[in-house]
Design a binder for this molecule. Structure first.
Ligand code: KIV
Length: 277
């Protein structure tokens, strides 16, 4: 049932993303965790906004994505959906299912995915992993919830990997990744994030599957690209991986503004008479 407050359908749908792949039109995706940023992204023509569990790192200051909870993800997603709705409602909003919200059983995963979709009125969920989550992806997509997959460097498995190095350089891991991509497509996933894998392998996956691939550190052959917003805006100065292109230096911009504000307050130059009532 649709009410006045319900989410309007986004202009960018799973079907549209498929068309974009078929027509060779690249998909632009960025993360967002709050209302204001989501508004700016939607106004700027982004295709997909990902409420990434990277919020655990860049929003909350944890070392990994593992600590973030469903409740916290829902809080961020509500704000992001409100932001996109406040603008053109063009972008698709995808939410990361947090660590341990989908790994225990397909039933629990479905219950959590359902709660996430109902509470947020977002458009899709994203799950990390290959063969081991294929039945879960099928269970979730079978009831009509769109699922985006995520292969390669899957940050929720960081303790298993032991490092954030490029994945699937070795033949066996590359073959497993190709198999997983095909299995996820068969299970009903509508798109795949490929994180930090060799560009040649990402190109092979992109040719192999008919659903769009969205790369982060996976070269230019992917059907789309995604970055963490804090990284591309230069808010995260300690993180310099090769795949991040900095489109702004907001760390400097903000520090300069705050320093000038502090200075003005200390020197009694703010507020002025004009800025008072
Ligand atoms: O959580 C996140 O931001 C992500 C992207 C890196 C794809 O999963």
């Amino acid at each position: 049932m649709s009410t006045d407050s319900s989410r309007k359908l986004p202009h960018v749908t799973t079907r549209r993303l498929l068309e974009m792949k078929e027509q060779g039109e690249k998909i632009a995706m960025l993360t967002a965790y709050d209302y204001t940023t989501a508004r700016i992204l939607d106004r700027s023509g982004i295709d997909v906004v990902l409420v990434g569990d990277s919020a655990s790192n860049v929003f909350s200051g944890h070392d990994t994505t593992l600590p973030i909870t469903i409740e916290e993800m829902i809080y961020h997603t509500k704000a992001v959906v409100r932001g996109v709705q406040a603008e053109t409602s063009r972008a698709m909003v995808v939410i990361d299912m947090p660590f341990m919200s989908y790994q225990l059983s397909s039933e629990e995963a479905l219950r959590n995915a359902g709660q996430i979709m109902k509470d947020n009125e977002c458009d899709a969920v994203k799950l990390e992993g290959g063969k081991v989550i294929v039945d879960t992806v099928k269970r979730i997509t079978d009831v009509g919830i769109p699922v985006m997959g995520h292969l390669g460097l899957t940050p929720q498995s960081i303790y298993k990997f032991g490092s954030y190095k490029v994945r699937a350089r070795e033949k066996q891991e590359a073959e497993e990744l190709l198999r997983d991509a095909r299995l996820l497509e068969e299970a009903g996933a509508f798109a795949l994030v490929l994180e930090k894998i060799p560009a040649d392998l990402a190109a092979e996956v992109t040719r192999l599957v008919s659903i769009p691939t969205i790369g982060i550190g996976a070269g230019m052959a992917c059907d789309g690209q995604v970055l963490v917003i804090n990284d591309m805006l230069g808010l995260n100065t300690e993180f310099h991986p090769r795949f991040v292109r900095r489109y702004a230096d907001l760390d400097n911009v903000i520090r300069d503004a705050v320093t000038r504000y502090v200075d003005d307050v200390k020197k009694k130059q703010f507020p002025s008479e004009k800025e008072s009532y």
